[in-house]
Design a protein around this ligand. Structure first.
Ligand code: ZN
Ligand code: ZN
Length: 249
């Protein structure tokens, strides 16, 4: 399974780095996971959108979902073939996204993007990739996702604070792609819905994840400090998500 980082900037795109978005590719199966601002342009460099087998949106914060509207425009009004493409979203997200598009029950938006709302414990199979979903600790319904294909596994935290389903879902993962929005001691945080780099390392160590890739680091932070803090609790030096990077899992 190959993981291409389309973008990994937390909260907003910055020069040269879109917000959160990843392309998973195993044999003939391609899944776009998170459609943060700027990621659709990066996606176009990696795949023909008509060849997507599914889209997964971890939650409806714009740095994870807003380019879904770009995909809809491409498929329905642009060069695309009109879909449909399956789109997995958290509970209550489909209505929210459709409302933004002013899409009533018969609107093409709901046909081109074939939404499935999934919650804790749900599973789905797209081509050769199996997915298992858990609830993330975030202020809106949000997903943590485990992808498995060809005997290999990737867990993507989405956005989460401590206490969600991430730890259990990550046990024995080959790769944990984990948000590390914050730095410093977790006890100092005034927002409980993101992880510090130290906490990301701790979760990876507790789950015995074989590799840890840090992502969604605050765009004003020094990533070297995040890597050092995560290494302290993980016991190894983690890798860093960078736009355009391809990780083979
Ligand atoms: Zn985010
Ligand atoms: Zn978020």
């Amino acid at each position: 399974m190959d993981l291409t980082v389309l973008g990994c900037s937390a909260a907003c795109p910055v020069a040269g780095n879109p917000a959160s978005g990843y392309l998973l590719h195993h044999e003939g199966t391609r899944i776009w996971c998170d459609a943060g601002s700027g990621t659709f342009l990066a996606l176009l460099d990696a795949v023909d959108p008509d060849d997507l087998d599914a889209v997964v949106i971890s939650h409806i914060h714009t740095d994870h979902c807003i380019d879904l509207f770009a995909l809809y425009g491409y498929l329905e009004h642009g060069p695309g073939s009109g879909g449909p493409v399956p789109v997995f979203v958290p509970e209550r997200a489909a209505e929210h996204l459709a409302a933004f598009a002013r899409a009533g029950a018969d609107h093409r938006f709901r046909q081109v993007l074939a939404f499935s709302e999934v919650g804790d414990g749900a599973t789905a199979r797209i081509g050769s990739i199996e997915m298992r979903f858990a609830t993330a600790a975030h202020p809106v319904p949000a997903l943590t996702i485990r992808f498995e294909a060809g005997g290999r596994s990737l867990v993507y935290s989405g956005d989460t604070g401590p206490g969600g389903g991430l730890e259990a879902l990550s046990v024995g993962a080959d790769v944990l792609l984990c948000e590390a929005t914050l730095q410093g001691p977790g006890a100092d945080r005034d927002y409980p819905y993101h992880l510090t780099a130290d906490e990301a390392g701790e979760i990876a160590a507790g789950a015995a994840a074989d590799r840890l890739i840090l992502t969604h680091i605050g765009p004003t932070l020094d990533t070297r400090r995040s890597v050092a803090e995560a290494a302290g609790s993980y016991g190894r030096v983690p890798e860093l998500a960078l736009p355009g990077a391809v990780f083979t899992i």
